[in-house]
Design a binder for this molecule. Structure first.
Ligand SMILES: CC(C)(COP(=O)(O)OP(=O)(O)OC[C@H]1O[C@@H](n2cnc3c(N)ncnc32)[C@H](O)[C@@H]1OP(=O)(O)O)[C@@H](O)C(=O)NCCC(=O)NCCS
Length: 212
């Protein structure tokens, strides 16, 4: 265990969420909202009820420092179980840069593989840390046409400030980059530089192509 994951009170736990964690749903929404404001980028807003539902249905991961919620992520299946998205990764600002997102992402990926072993796993993101973590887990960058075409998933983007961009581009492109893990062909030995290249491409795309 990484020493940075030790606090004066003890070790930070990264575990599958259950009904007993629904009391943290409101705080998770606040963390997401505050970080979206701070980053000035789009993020799909979720309600405390949505987060609580993910907890009771065994589709999320929490990081706890004693009784304090310090991180979260969830999964959802789409397209009749052909796809599963890993979403909503958040770490409390006071707990960043100590490998916590790495642990949460790994646990969330493990949950997705356990619950939906045959599904393709995907994530859409503008975040360099997430691109890095996904690349290490065997996700590769793909176009949106390779992701689920389930309308309900894309409607979940309605809470994002960039939803108009997605609509304007006929759901084929947006500010986010799509990444996919195919259990039949996981990407292996990808260059450490790939996430940086993706982030650069993402920035250029946003500047010159998507945000007209
Ligand atoms: C993104 C976020 C989850 C990272 O959490 P974290 O616990 O600090 O991440 P980790 O410490 O596990 O770092 C993971 C990797 O990302 C890198 N990283 C972390 N924050 C970074 C930043 N702001 N810029 C560039 N790289 C960063 C780390 O250096 C590390 O890379 P390495 O393994 O090559 O050293 C956190 O900053 C956050 O909650 N941000 C707001 C919400 C968000 O952007 N979520 C993603 C939505 S798709």
């Amino acid at each position: 265990m990484n020493d940075k994951n030790q606090t004066s009170e003890g070790e930070i736990e990264v575990i599958y969420a259950t009904a007993e964690h629904t009391k943290y749903a409101k705080r998770i929404c606040e963390l997401v909202y505050e970080s979206a404001l701070q980053r000035g980028t789009g993020i799909a807003k979720r309600t405390p009820e949505y987060i609580a539902d993910k907890m009771t249905s065994g589709k999320s991961v929490v990081a706890l420092d004693g009784d304090r919620i310090v991180g979260y992520s969830y999964i959802e299946s789409w397209g009749h179980g052909d796809y599963v998205a890993t979403s909503g990764l958040i770490v409390d600002p006071e707990y960043r840069h100590r490998g916590l997102a790495t642990r949460i992402k790994e646990k969330t990926f493990e949950l997705a593989r356990k619950r939906f072993p045959y599904a393709k796993i995907f994530s859409i993101t503008t975040s360099l840390p997430v691109m890095k973590l996904n690349t290490r887990l065997g996700y590769k960058p793909v176009t949106f046409s390779e992701l689920t075409q389930d309308n309900e998933f894309w409607e979940g983007c309605k809470g994002c400030v960039n939803y108009d961009v997605l609509q304007r581009n006929n759901r084929q492109r947006c500010i986010c980059t799509g990444m996919l893990y195919d259990p039949k062909a996981p990407a292996k030995d990808q260059s450490e530089l790939l996430p940086f290249y993706m982030k650069l491409k993402n920035n250029f795309k946003n500047l010159f192509t998507v945000k007209k």
